[in-house]
Design a protein around this ligand. Structure first.
Ligand SMILES: Nc1ncnc2c1ncn2[C@@H]1O[C@H](COP(=O)(O)OP(=O)(O)OP(=O)(O)O)[C@@H](O)[C@H]1O
Ligand SMILES: [Mg+2]
Length: 202
């Protein structure tokens, strides 16, 4: 079977990843935050971005809602569309890592298989999985966007945790329960991960 890629040939550039990373003084990496809606992924991602920037790290947040406004605006919430959503995000993260950036992604990404694909696309060495493990009860009590209320009353379907599954990570690199940790405490643990697990050269 022919593919759309048959007549597309990869063109190598003249600058290596090592040269780009040397320029920035860091390795491009992807911190993949996963967890229920209202678990705190966006809150932590943007707080981490600010903290890392203050430390001289070049980073960028890929956020669920924001990406669905643009790149993935044609996708819904079926399992198939969620898989395509994650695939595109992972490809973007890979490009950004290749540019030397630290990517912080904040997507529910409820399916293990999709996160596994994201890891494969980004590359295992560059990928770190962070489970924002805040319980459904806490997330539902927060309900900052009123989504759980709508999901319970059936106004929204396929809502993760209510009418669609969430498959928790089996071996995440870091677990953050925001019912137990303040934003500052979670960000400190994330900064620690970035600075001390070999993500970035000292
Ligand atoms: N310790 C905490 N850490 C993070 N967020 C907290 C904490 N305590 C309370 N919150 C609140 O919890 C909410 C988390 O919402 P946020 O939008 O970050 O979740 P999300 O995981 O990105 O959800 P979604 O998947 O719907 O985008 C915010 O209103 C935030 O202020
Ligand atoms: Mg969010």
């Amino acid at each position: 079977m022919s593919s759309k890629q048959d007549n597309v040939v990869w063109h190598d550039g003249h600058v290596t990843l090592a040269e780009r990373e040397h320029l920035l003084g860091q390795h491009g990496r992807t911190l993949w935050l996963t967890g229920l809606s209202a678990a705190g992924k966006s809150t932590l991602a943007f707080a981490l971005e600010k903290a890392l920037l203050a430390r001289g790290r070049a980073c960028y947040v890929l956020d669920g809602d924001n990406v669905r406004h643009g790149l993935n605006r044609n996708l819904g919430f079926s399992a198939e569309d969620r898989a395509e959503n994650i695939r595109r995000i992972a490809e973007v993260a890979r490009l950004m890592n290749d540019a030397g950036l630290i990517v912080i992604s904040a997507f529910i990404s409820p399916y293990r298989a999709d996160r596994h694909s994201a890891r494969t696309i980004v590359g295992t060495d560059a990928f770190r999985e962070i489970f924002v493990s805040t319980s459904l009860a806490t997330c539902e009590a927060r309900d900052p966007k009123g989504m759980y209320g709508k999901a319970r009353s059936g106004q929204i379907t396929q809502f993760t945790g209510i009418s669609a599954p969430y498959e928790a990570p089996e071996a995440p690199d870091l677990i953050l329960d925001t019912a137990e940790l303040s934003i500052e405490e979670s960000v400190a643990r994330l900064v620690d991960l970035v600075e001390h697990d070999g993500l970035t050269p000292v």
